[in-house]
Design a binder for this molecule. Structure first.
Ligand code: SAM
Ligand code: SF4
Length: 328
């Protein structure tokens, strides 16, 4: 089992498999002028499989595939198939924007993918276009339908943005009425490739909860699973649940169980750090398995206590990189 220097059990890897994406979400990327990582600087599938195999042997039980958009990377299904056959992993989850995912859902189900996070910030086609700068709303909704039809547990990630999708808070909550979906409202973070959009975050976790309580006064608090980043609730009579992720306020760092790898192989022990070591470069220099394991152990032995400390350690490099280079 893996523990960090603060006694936190670490058993979860978030693996960003590409920085490429076919959407341009306002909160994640600028509309134009994106410098993608050169292809040769991206981790290969072989490199990613080696890392996951090593980490699974050290105590990582769950892997989330994210990006950029995972399904824009060629041969992604072959990679997922190889991952699904790896010994030691208990769970493989995927976060996707849903634009290319619907036709792949039956195959994902066959591989044993039991849970998918689908990003939907709005249920309005026009607002979808304004937020993502692409006209793909219909395809995303087809993915939601396919996931539900195939009984894949589905969480909806919705970033709450001032002046953009306030009108969607309640309609998104209403999705939980007749479908077993879990809607997760996420505080917007300044990982957008440009720098902070606001002086002060208006839609923080407290305000989101207030808004839900105003309309659903009988909303009930649920016990949160261990290491959950969301604070979860149920609206009586609804099949699904709603949750709030205080990603900017960082209320959950005390139980954080995750490591992150960027598409270039940069290890992050906190979402807010700048990356603590490049594992891909080390492997390309010919490092042995033991040397790679040692780097993971050293990084965990020097982990920031929380996202605020990790942010301080960035010194003169404020958070501004695109979330597509991190994976969320
Ligand atoms: N492309 C996939 C998707 O959108 O689901 C996976 C990658 S995306 C970077 C992962 C998650 O990060 C998405 O749910 C997205 O909403 C969230 N995200 C991206 N930028 C964010 C930001 N600035 N603040 C909060 N969440 C963000
Ligand atoms: Fe692409 Fe996901 Fe970022 Fe949107 S949030 S631009 S879908 S990587």
């Amino acid at each position: 089992m893996l523990y960090d220097n603060h006694g936190r059990h670490v058993n979860y890897l978030r693996l960003a498999v590409t920085d490429r994406c076919n959407l341009r979400c306002f909160y994640c990327m600028p509309e134009e002028g994106i410098d993608y990582v050169p292809k040769e600087a991206l981790m290969s599938y072989e490199e990613m499989l080696r890392i996951v195999r090593l980490l699974a042997g050290m105590g990582i039980e769950k892997v989330r595939i994210t990006g950029g958009e995972p399904f824009v990377r060629k041969d992604m299904m072959d990679f997922l198939r190889a991952l699904s056959q790896m010994a030691g992993l208990r769970q493989i989850n995927i976060t996707t924007n849903g634009t290319l995912t619907a036709p792949l859902v039956p195959e994902l189900k066959k591989m044993g993918i039991r849970s998918v996070n689908l990003s939907i910030d709005t249920l309005d086609k026009e607002r979808f276009f304004q937020i993502t700068r692409r006209d793909e709303f219909g395809k995303v909704m087809q993915t939601l339908e396919a996931l539900l039809k195939h009984g894949i547990s589905t969480k909806i990630n919705a970033v709450v943005m001032e002046g953009k999708n306030e009108a969607d808070l309640l309609p998104l909550a209403m999705l939980t009425k007749d479908s077993p979906v879990d809607v997760r409202y996420i505080e917007e973070m300044p990982f957008n490739g440009e720098g902070a959009h606001y002086q002060k975050l208006w839609w923080d976790h407290r305000r989101i909860l207030e808004k839900l309580k105003e309309h659903f006064p009988s909303i009930e608090k649920l016990p949160d699973p261990p290491a959950s980043t969301s604070s979860n609730y149920k609206i009586p009579g609804h099949q699904g649940t709603v949750g709030i992720i205080a990603a900017y306020s960082r209320t959950f760092c005390g139980t954080c169980n995750r490591l992150r790898l960027t598409p270039q192989g940069q290890l992050k022990t906190c979402l807010y750090d700048r990356g603590v070591f490049n594992i891909k470069d080390l492997m390309r220099e010919g490092a042995s398995d033991d040397q790679v394991r040692t780097v993971f152990l050293d990084a965990l032995g020097n982990r920031a206590k929380d996202g605020f400390e990790a942010e301080k350690r960035r010194f003169q490099f404020p958070v501004s990189e695109s979330m597509a280079t991190i994976g969320g």
